[in-house]
Design a protein around this ligand. Structure first.
Ligand code: URA
Length: 256
C-alpha cells in the first residue's frame, strides 16, 4: 500500500476510533521481497569474528530478578495503596519500547499496563505501525504503582521508581523509545518542557543514546480526538527514526 493510501485509510479509520485494520498494516509493514526472476543477491560471506552467544539463562534470571524487585518494592508510599505493582508487558527483546505514565485502576487490578480504554487506543496506534504487545514491543510506565485517584506522579515517587525503568531499558536495549504523554517524556528526558515542544524531533536517552520520540498520551487522545492526526504524524516519524537505526546498525548482535 502506498503512503497516501495508508494515510487515507488511517484518516477514515479514526472516524470510528479505530486506527487501521490489522491485515492492511501487516501488508504495509511487510518487508519487500525481490520479484521472481530478479537477480539473486549473493549470500554475504560469513563474518570472521563470531561473538560468543549471549547466556540466555543468566539473562532470563536477571529479568525475573528485576520483576521480583518491582513486584515487592516498598520504596515509596504508593506500595501501601496498590493492589499490585505493574512491571510491564511484551517482548523483553523488542526493538521498540513504549513508556507511559503510571497504572490506572484497571492496570492496578490486572497487573498489566494499558489495559483500559486508553490501552485499547494505544494498541490500535501501535498496530498501525505493525507493533503489538504480543510480539514486538515492550510497554512499561514511569511509575510501577498506581497513584490514588489517578493523580499525577509526585516527583519523589518518580525519583524512587525511575531506576527500575532505566534497568528495563538497559535490558531490552530497544532501538527506539516512544514516550506517550507529558509525564513520560519529561521524566525520561529530565526536562519540564511542554509536550508541544518535545514532539516532532528525535531526543536521545541514556548512555546508549537510544532515539526517543514523544507523542500524545492515548487518554488525552480519547478526550481530544482531533489530535489523532498529529499522533499519526508522530508514529510515522518514529517509524522513520527506527528505519534509520536499521541502516546504521542492521544487527546489533543482541537479539536471537
Ligand atoms: N496510562 C498510563 O500511562 N499507563 C498505563 O499503564 C495505563 C494508563
Amino acid at each position: 500500500m502506498s503512503g497516501p493510501e495508508r494515510r487515507a485509510q488511517y484518516l477514515q479509520a479514526i472516524g470510528i476510533d479505530l486506527w487501521l485494520p490489522r491485515a492492511a498494516v501487516l501488508g504495509a509493514a511487510a518487508p519487500l521481497e525481490a520479484p521472481s526472476g530478479a537477480p539473486q543477491v549473493p549470500e554475504p560471506a560469513p563474518a570472521v569474528q563470531v561473538p560468543a552467544p549471549p547466556d540466555r539463562g543468566a539473562e532470563a534470571r536477571d529479568w525475573e530478578q528485576l520483576r521480583a524487585q518491582v513486584l515487592t518494592c516498598t520504596r515509596c508510599a504508593l506500595h501501601e495503596s496498590r493492589t499490585q505493582a505493574v512491571f510491564g508487558v511484551g517482548n523483553p527483546r523488542a526493538e521498540w519500547m513504549v513508556i507511559g505514565e503510571a497504572p490506572g485502576a484497571e492496570e492496578d487490578r490486572r497487573g498489566e499496563p494499558f489495559v483500559g480504554r486508553a490501552g485499547q487506543l494505544l494498541d490500535a496506534m501501535l498496530r498501525a505501525i505493525g507493533l503489538s504487545r504480543a510480539t514486538n514491543v515492550f510497554i512499561a510506565n514511569i511509575l510501577k504503582c498506581r497513584p490514588p485517584g489517578n493523580r499525577d506522579p509526585r516527583p519523589e515517587e518518580a525519583a524512587a521508581c525511575l531506576s527500575y525503568l532505566h534497568r528495563q531499558i538497559a535490558f531490552v536495549r530497544p532501538r527506539v523509545l516512544l514516550a506517550v504523554g507529558r509525564i513520560a517524556a519529561q521524566n525520561l528526558l529530565a526536562t519540564d518542557a511542554p509536550l508541544g515542544r518535545l514532539r516532532g524531533r528525535v531526543h536521545h536517552f541514556g548512555e546508549r543514546n537510544v532515539p526517543l520520540v514523544v507523542t500524545y498520551h492515548p487518554a488525552y487522545l480519547l478526550r481530544s480526538p482531533a489530535d489523532k492526526r498529529k499522533a499519526w504524524e508522530d508514529l510515522q516519524f518514529a517509524r522513520s527514526v527506527f528505519a534509520q537505526t536499521l541502516n546504521a546498525e542492521p544487527n546489533d548482535g543482541h537479539r536471537p
